[in-house]
Design a protein around this ligand. Structure first.
Ligand SMILES: *Cc1c(COP(=O)(O)O)cnc(C)c1O
Length: 417
């Protein structure tokens, strides 16, 4: 089954049979079977810890609602997002199950969150308004207390932690909150040889001890992100990292969180393909400048191909040199990435002739296979693969493949790959 995010452009099947995959000019194709396979792989690595599937930022650009459905089908125990607004969007789409949002402002609608049964991360100041919202609704907020063990972002400082757990215990006694979890976020887990991670985990254990002595009984301690999960096996006690639950984002989408390990080495399958077609092909002489600034000048007569994906589609403007796969070969983007398009140098003259048939052939910037990869684009643009997929803009329609779980994609109790 296929679904797209633009109902008005879905082709309808002539006879009520299955519609052919829609052919958009630009698409980010997301294979939900790849996402399901990644969930099964991640659960196997995390076991017996539970899996919170992180679907913030529209599931890192992959489409939060279809991805949330797929990960739950495949056995994820909970969903995680940054913002309450993201959580409410999932609830509006009918997504059930435990769902945590952890990044708030004074304008966050905690009442709406509680009314939608959304669990809340609490780092400090949020406790009072969350308890207030619970009182107003006559309900009990399920909260996860967050400790800053070294990242220096969200989370209570160790100095303020005793105060936070005392206040939380008081609110628990009043029936306004229930502390179901204690968590922290790791700073350098993608560099497994660095010592700070073990130190952070030790500080988390100390924070849990403090919480318990204040009378709290958090059942879910969680710290590991994708790199934490995949480096746990290298620790003396993997359980110190895996704890009761892992919060995994980028690996759900089949991307490696490590600079030096491929998805394949981690048992993951990239889920997104960013594709278009060759929109124009032309012959140019030596000395032809290409794109704004004329930074690239052809050294010899050659053929240029234009691909209509640019920085307004989320292709990084700094991504010159990034690969584009055309007919099984990767060509680098030459010249500047423009708002709407990139140009590749096909490296030989004469290829615009009709017998080569290049006009309209598929052009893949990165693919559900590993070549070319989102990581190759990250390298070209001086960023990380997370950003490459998360920044694909709404101008690019998402097409979801395998929206219905097929046989062999069972979740709990399903076969491990
Ligand atoms: C984004 C995020 C994650 C997921 O991290 P990945 O490296 O993508 O697995 C986990 N926890 C928190 C708090 C996050 O913000």
């Amino acid at each position: 089954m296929v679904s797209v995010n633009r109902a008005d452009t879905v082709p309808t099947a002539p006879s009520g049979g299955p519609a052919p995959p829609p052919r958009f000019e630009r698409t980010a194709v997301v294979d939900l079977d790849a996402v399901r396979a990644n969930v099964r792989r991640i659960r196997a690595v995390a076991a017996p810890a539970r899996l919170m599937a992180v679907v913030k930022a529209d599931a890192y650009g992959h489409g939060a609602v279809p991805v949330a459905r797929a990960v739950l089908e495949a056995g994820a125990d909970a969903l995680g997002v940054a913002h309450v607004a993201e959580a409410l969007e999932l609830r509006s789409a009918g997504i059930g199950g435990p769902l945590l949002a952890w990044l708030h402002t004074v304008d966050t609608d905690f009442r709406a969150a509680l009314a939608a049964d959304v669990e809340l991360g609490v780092s400090g100041w949020e406790l009072a308004p969350v308890a207030e919202a619970a009182r107003a609704l006559g309900t009990t907020a399920r909260v996860h207390l967050k400790i800053d063990t070294g990242l220096g972002r969200n989370g209570a400082t160790e100095a303020l932690w005793p105060q936070l757990v005392r206040a939380a215990a008081q609110a628990e006694a009043e029936g306004l909150v229930r502390v179901v979890g204690v968590f922290t976020h790791l700073a350098v887990a993608d560099e497994p040889s660095r010592p700070e991670t073990l130190d952070q985990l030790e500080r988390l254990r100390a924070a849990v001890r403090t919480a318990r002595s204040a009378g709290l009984r958090p059942a879910l301690r969680h710290a590991a992100n994708s790199p934490g999960l995949f480096s746990a096996a290298g620790l003396e006690r993997p359980g110190d990292m895996l704890l009761d639950m892992v919060r995994v984002g980028v690996s759900l989408y089949g991307l490696s969180p490590f600079a030096d390990r491929s998805p394949e080495q981690l048992g993951l399958v990239p889920a997104m393909t960013l594709r278009s077609t060759v929109g124009a092909v032309k012959e140019v002489p030596a000395g032809q400048g290409v794109s704004y600034g004329l930074d690239y000048v052809t050294a010899r007569p050659t053929t240029l191909a234009l691909v209509p994906l640019g920085y307004a589609d989320g292709v990084p403007r700094t991504g010159t040199g990034g690969p584009v796969r055309i007919r099984g070969r990767n060509y680098p983007v030459v010249g500047r990435v423009a708002m709407d398009q990139v140009v590749v140098d096909l490296g030989a003259p004469g290829l615009s002739a009709p017998e080569h048939g290049l006009l309209g052939v598929e052009a893949v910037l990165f693919g559900a296979g590993e070549d070319p990869s989102a990581s190759a684009w990250a390298e070209a643009a001086g960023t990380i693969n997370y950003e490459i997929v998360a920044r694909i803009s709404p101008r690019v329609p998402r097409v979801h493949l395998h929206t219905a779980a097929g046989p062999g994609t069972a979740g709990r109790g399903g076969e491990q790959p």
